[in-house]
Write a protein that binds this ligand. Structure first.
Ligand code: WTA
Length: 659
């Protein structure tokens, strides 16, 4: 971490917005002024201006029972109506909402009018299946228009979606279905990934079969989109083809109003324990901040922009900046099903050229992998339509930022580095394009209406130039309302550390530079960030330990040039299974596959070291800090608190022997 800080300390380049960009910018410095004058009034104004309220609200923030907030609680709205019908009613029904590109070259363009009809039909189908207000629907789909349609259809009838990333395994899906008690699962036969069809339906079948876990089955129906064309098994009575039931349903569906605090979705994310947390977001406040930030941070001109956020709807970025923010704002956006390098390494840039994308929002890990392949690939394409670039998910190192700016943005397009989390629901820290002078590597300033501090362990604000922990000091509209079914964990995880001050603890380290700008320094807890995806060390450890040969396991996140961090595991084998040690290569391969099956391919460790013992303190706590030193090839730090100081040298020789 310290080398990173030193490195960042030396970064002093600044880029002012061009006069031309500034003159036409959506955002203005006035936003800060009005937010500072009265935060609640500011958000109330945004909520009224950006959204349609069936029943206008009088109440803004209720913070009388912290940390449980409500926003606009006496107001009523329909989230799907805000994303669809009202644009059609305003005469924009013919505007393209989605420009979809399948990995295999399939294309579909969907207007706002068509999207409204399709969502209405699916809303009827779900109602016919018995789904109503507050029921949970799991969505496990590839990046196809139906993913967005499904989310909006659930929202339209006041139900709650839980989108599960298509890369998660059957076991992960099952855990999420059970935790939320989903009644319906919406999936596809398969989708295109890396040049071939990757099946999804079998994972759903597995998640719902052989339920020896004592949990009552809640799923009554599975709605299946045909996309991959692959063979699937069918359970009569439970499974329904989307193409059989959706086109037959009526496109006339009245969007009823629901209270602003009606839950909109649950999204599971990794925490510091083995069990993922079901983050709960509600409707009015969430949509207000998603729409506000999407408009101002991405300088949205809905009539002329072609916006492209490369995130999958399985992550929060896909919720707020593919589905809800852009559609609430009437944007035209690109959706791409596949991987960036299928069938060729220039695929993304080909898409930018083809659709004349103006705004690109992606993750540093993608930028770094393009950097590695070389600028000659993007330079083959016409990227002149790009006028704004965004980054999210992990700290962007200044080199990647500069490459993004010069190679992709032609040294003209402003870059917004946006810090936020599944829990915050929407962007919290970012430059405002056209307003803020940007700095490579710094997320910079809280967005208007959001209050951020960097504090020390005692909760005191640090001086400019110093580092500490990132906190949010005031409630914000899109804040998580809790963890599904676990209010205690919600309070403990986010609010206990700075209970005296009433601050939200984000779990990130940060520092302020001499100008007061914020630089994010990565997680300070046992959460890893691999290619912008959150993974928990505890979750991977428990997957490893669930393998019959494993006695004990420790997992650390080691810094990795391409993926930010990489998963590195240290595993001890049971005495009773020591036969497997005869072929460690096979064992390691087997364990990697196992983790992939238990959680999903993204969680597979980059390296697995088979060791005889783990470094532990006298009280039995695994010292991951030392393992991280080994994994990152550093000299091992202070080992004096270890119960057995020899353990580390044995591990070290094992690891270096291997490399
Ligand atoms: C990290 C993704 C530095 C951070 C939207 C946070 C970032 C976690 C940035 C949340 C950024 C996200 N700079 N770090 N611009 N954006 N992070 O829940 O550690 O998947 O806590 O939400 O990603 O990840 P999540």
């Amino acid at each position: 971490m310290s080398t990173q800080i030193d490195h960042l300390m030396n970064e002093s380049r600044k880029f002012a917005p061009s006069a031309e960009f500034a003159a036409a910018a959506v955002a203005s410095a006035d936003l800060y002024e009005s937010a500072n004058a009265n935060r609640d009034d500011f958000w109330a104004t945004q909520a009224r201006e950006l959204l349609h309220w069936h029943t206008p609200f009088e109440q803004v923030l209720d913070w009388s029972n912290p940390p449980f907030a409500t926003w606009f609680a006496d107001g009523e709205l329909n989230v799907a109506y805000n994303c669809l019908d009202r644009h059609v009613e305003a005469g924009n029904g013919d505007r393209t909402a989605l420009l979809w590109e399948g990995e295999n070259g399939d294309e579909r363009q969907v207007t706002y009018a068509e999207l409204t009809d399709e969502v209405s039909r699916v809303a009827h189908v779900l109602e016919d299946l018995g789904i109503s207000v507050n029921d949970r629907v799991a969505i496990y789909l590839p990046m196809i228009p139906e993913a967005i349609v499904a989310m909006l259809a659930v929202a339209r009838i006041g139900a709650v979606h839980s989108v599960v990333f298509g890369g998660f395994s059957a076991d992960s899906l099952r855990a999420r279905i059970d935790d939320a008690g989903a009644k319906v699962v919406i999936t596809a036969d398969g989708g295109y990934r890396k040049g071939k069809v990757s099946a999804l339906k079998p994972a759903v079948d597995m998640a719902l079969a052989d339920r020896g876990n004592g949990v009552q089955e809640t799923v009554e129906n599975v709605l299946v989109v045909r996309r991959g064309g692959n063979e699937v098994e069918w359970q009569e009575g439970r499974d329904l083809w989307w193409h059989d039931v959706v086109p037959a349903a009526s496109a006339a569906h009245t969007a009823k109003a629901f209270p602003a605090e009606n839950p909109l979705f649950i999204l599971y994310t990794s925490g510091t324990t083995g069990k993922p947390k079901g983050i709960v977001h509600t409707s009015g406040g969430y949509l207000t901040q998603a729409a506000f930030t999407h408009r101002n941070v991405f300088d949205l001109k809905p009539e002329s922009d072609v916006y492209w956020c490369t995130a999958d709807v399985g992550w929060i970025t896909g919720h707020s900046y593919v589905t809800y923010g852009p559609l609430a704002n009437g944007a035209t956006q690109v959706i791409y099903e596949g991987t960036p390098d299928s069938p060729h390494p220039g695929r993304w840039w080909e898409i930018v050229e083809k659709y004349r994308v103006t705004t690109l929002y992606t993750a540093p890990t993608a930028i770094r992998s393009f950097m590695k392949i070389g600028r000659h690939i993007p330079q083959k394409f016409d990227l002149s339509s790009l006028r704004l670039l965004g980054s999210v998910g992990e700290p962007i190192n200044p080199e990647a930022w500069m490459w993004y700016r010069s190679v992709i943005g032609a040294d003209l397009a402003p870059i917004v580095d946006t810090w936020w989390q599944t829990e915050t629901g929407a962007i919290m820290i970012s430059a405002l394009p056209g307003v803020t002078e940007t700095k490579p590597g710094s997320a910079q300033v809280a967005v208007p209406g959001v209050a951020i501090e960097v504090v020390n362990e005692a909760g005191e604000t640090v001086a400019n130039g110093d580092g500490g922990l990132l906190v949010v000091t005031e409630p914000w509209p899109s804040m998580l309302r809790g963890i599904w079914g676990d209010p205690d964990r919600f309070v403990e995880t986010y609010w206990e550390k700075f209970a005296a001050q009433g601050y939200y603890f984000a779990g990130d380290g940060a520092r302020r530079d001499e100008d007061g700008d914020i630089w994010l320094l990565g997680r300070v807890d046992d959460v890893m960030n691999v290619s912008g995806h959150r993974l928990s060390t505890a979750e991977i450890e428990s997957a490893l330990v669930a393998h019959e040969a494993t006695a004990e396991a420790a997992v650390v996140g080691a810094s990795d040039e391409a993926t930010g961090q990489a998963v590195v595991a240290f595993v001890c084998i049971k005495e009773s299974h020591k036969d497997v040690l005869k072929d460690t290569d096979a064992l390691v391969k087997n364990l990697r596959t196992w983790v992939g099956e238990q959680i999903g391919p993204i969680a597979r460790p980059r390296d697995i070291y088979i060791v005889t013992e783990l470094p532990k303190t006298r009280s039995g706590k695994i010292m991951r800090r030392l393992l991280r030193d080994v994994a990152e090839g550093r000299e091992v730090g202070d080992t004096t608190t270890l119960a057995d100081t020899m353990v580390m040298s044995t591990i070290q020789s094992k690891v270096t022997g291997k490399k």
